[in-house]
Design a protein around this ligand. Structure first.
Ligand code: GUN
Length: 290
């Protein structure tokens, strides 16, 4: 069993991005600038945004975080987005999800200029992705593809079972892995909460992408010997430590790992790859604008 080390892979890519940024700046170009909007004080969202800020500073990007209380109106948020859309100093921005219940997430996503939508959530970018056109690929699926590529994992002709049908992970990763190309050409099955007998599918899988949001859902009796397992889950469960929680994936790592050819750990697997993908998209946005 080989660990798919997202932390190490992301650190290597960070050095490449940092070198590119310095090359841009030394030729008189602007530093790429990523902005994030954070509404409310959800603990996980705050942590993610802080990680994104830290990663920006590590590669030499400018970053700005706009923090708003949970009780702002949807109209207020839409106006803030319009300001970022027209701000010539901002190359790309994200609105951290989830948003408070009274704000319609799709209205918010639709308001983002697709050329600054480095999360790849806007319908224009989702449409381009599903057509196989160049676009901002949303960060988690992009990170998974990059990680599989980095470890030279063969996907051509393999059966990939995706657990979860979210717009952020399940659907786009299923789409990407089924497309023609280097990390593609898979036969993809998508399972979700209404799938009957999920185990009958996962047992046939050469590659499993677990993005179902249920801690330790995938057990060892659901996995074929030699499978590649990618764990996208990241749930905080109470623990007796200084944070008061620990992070658990959608895979029962202890029992599943011995059966795998490759597996991602949680933390240190997909998470760091997601952040690096956001940086790659921001660099792309900055290049497009230059
Ligand atoms: N919440 C969980 N994942 C993401 C993500 O990739 N982008 C944004 N904006 N919010 C998220």
């Amino acid at each position: 069993m080989i660990l798919l080390n997202g932390k190490e892979t992301a650190d290597a890519i960070k050095l490449e991005i940092a070198a590119e940024v310095e090359a841009i700046v030394s030729k008189g170009g602007r530093r790429p600038h990523l902005a994030a909007i954070l509404v409310g004080d959800d603990g996980a969202s705050r942590t993610y945004v802080a990680s994104k800020e830290k990663a920006c500073s590590q590669v030499g990007f400018k970053s700005t975080v706009l923090r708003f209380p949970a009780d702002i109106t949807e109209q207020f948020l839409l106006e803030e987005i319009t300001k970022l859309n027209v701000d010539a100093d901002i190359d790309g921005f994200i609105v951290q999800l989830p948003l408070p219940k009274h704000i319609n997430e799709q209205n918010v996503i639709n308001a983002i200029d697709p050329s600054k939508d480095v999360d790849g959530f806007h319908p224009v970018n989702v449409g381009k992705l599903s057509l196989g056109e160049p676009t901002f690929i949303s960060a988690t699926p992009y990170g998974i593809i990059t990680l599989l590529e980095h470890y030279n994992i063969e996907t051509k002709g393999k059966h990939c079972v995706v657990l979860g049908r979210s717009n952020i992970v399940g659907r786009p990763i299923a789409n990407l892995l089924s497309q023609k190309g280097a990390v593609g050409d898979c036969t993809v099955t998508m399972c979700h909460s209404r799938t009957k007998d999920i185990k009958s599918y996962t047992l046939q899988a050469d590659i499993i992408i677990a993005a179902i949001g249920v801690p330790q859902f995938l057990k060892s009796d659901m996995v074929k010997e030699g499978a590649v397992v990618v764990d996208v889950g990241i749930t905080r469960i109470p623990a007796d430590n200084k944070n008061g929680f620990r992070l658990v994936g959608d895979v029962d790592f202890e029992t599943v790992a011995p059966k795998c050819s490759y597996i991602t750990p949680v933390p240190g697997g997909v998470g760091p790859m997601t952040i690096i993908s956001l940086l790659k998209n921001t660099l792309r946005a900055a290049r497009n604008r230059a």
